[in-house]
Design a protein around this ligand. Sequence first.
Ligand code: F3S
Length: 422
Amino acid sequence: MTDAEKALLDGSGGVARARAMELLVDYGRILGADRLVETTNVAGVPGQATPFLRAFFEPEGGQAAIFSRFDLDCDVVFDVPLAGVRTACLQSGVDPLGWQELGKPEAAFIASRDAEAYAGSLGVEMLRTCTPYLAGNVPVFGEHCAWMESSAVIYANSVLGARTNTEGRHSTSAAMLVGRIPYWGLHRPENRKAQDHVHVKVPVESVFEWGMLGYFVGEVAGEAIPVLDGALSQPDVVRLKHFGAAAASSGGVELYHLVGITPEAPTLTAALGDSRPDTIVYDETARRRVWESLNANGTDEAVDFVMLGCPHAAIEQMREVAGLLDGKQVTSRLWIFTSRAVRDQAAAEGLLRVITAAGGHVLTDTCSAIGNAVPPGTRVVALDSAKQAHYLPAMMGIEAWFGTTAECIDAAITGRWRGVAP
Ligand code: F3S
């Protein structure tokens, strides 16, 4: 540790920072890290509360107790100082405007609202999204971050070239106070080389295709770092958002490389370093198998719920949905999840008015999987996200169809699933 870190550990910055350092030093020791690294960018859920946490810690002092005892795992409750570095608050389980539509009790809304006010008073940016990179937090190449949320972590590492492991609530809350995180895993350049090679033989162009490819990559790579080359068209933010989220769901991928596209893969050799793995092929057969597995539990074509926005919808996706819905009326429940920032932009562009006029609901802060929320009586859902298709059916005991955004909107309007295999 540096002298400054030792001083923090010894209490020079107060009790809270000393406890945060203690937690990070223990965490680093268990991981085998030989030092800490300075981080300038934290994304977590500091002080986030549920009705249970609120009731449990109320006798000990409410929000400060939640942060001290739960976030930092301490025996004592202390005053929490301001965040020491830029810290964003990620998604929660409740939309402050749409909690009733989500079927949440008022107590959940109040707990979330009060936790937000508390975190805000500590200087935390209330982005409330799994896509902080679409809401103003865009780390730069090489920046050491401490981020939670697998879909955001894989985006930060792979697309932006920032460096973060998938952190948890405790480590991000501690990092927020002292601006340090253990130097291990993907913080170290030698750990960022590809270990698997996937050669893509079928054209991958649409968001739908990138999502399926991501799902395949997660299945074959597991927790390894894959590098991909072959028939990849130039992706955009939305395509890589869906690709990464899928790879981090079917597997535990935190970093990938796309040859000639992502910053650490100018060539296949550069991405691989010294390793020469066997080549795994993504072809028509593999793509068909992915589609079938994502639609494995869809049998009933009567769709009563359509959920879009996983990861939270980008403004381009809001425009697409509004275009598909313009002048139409949905017959199934339609929920589109996005960040507050994108919702505000959608409102300014008139998209919100088009979507709500068609009977759709634009919700923020959460999603069906994180919020454990589907409309009452839902039996069959249509999804355009491989990540949500991976989690939601099992979590909620419902059938799911996976397809394109246009197929999902068609299902919302007609109440029927008419998606076709690629
Ligand atoms: Fe975001 Fe929920 Fe998907 S938090 S990545 S929309 S599972």
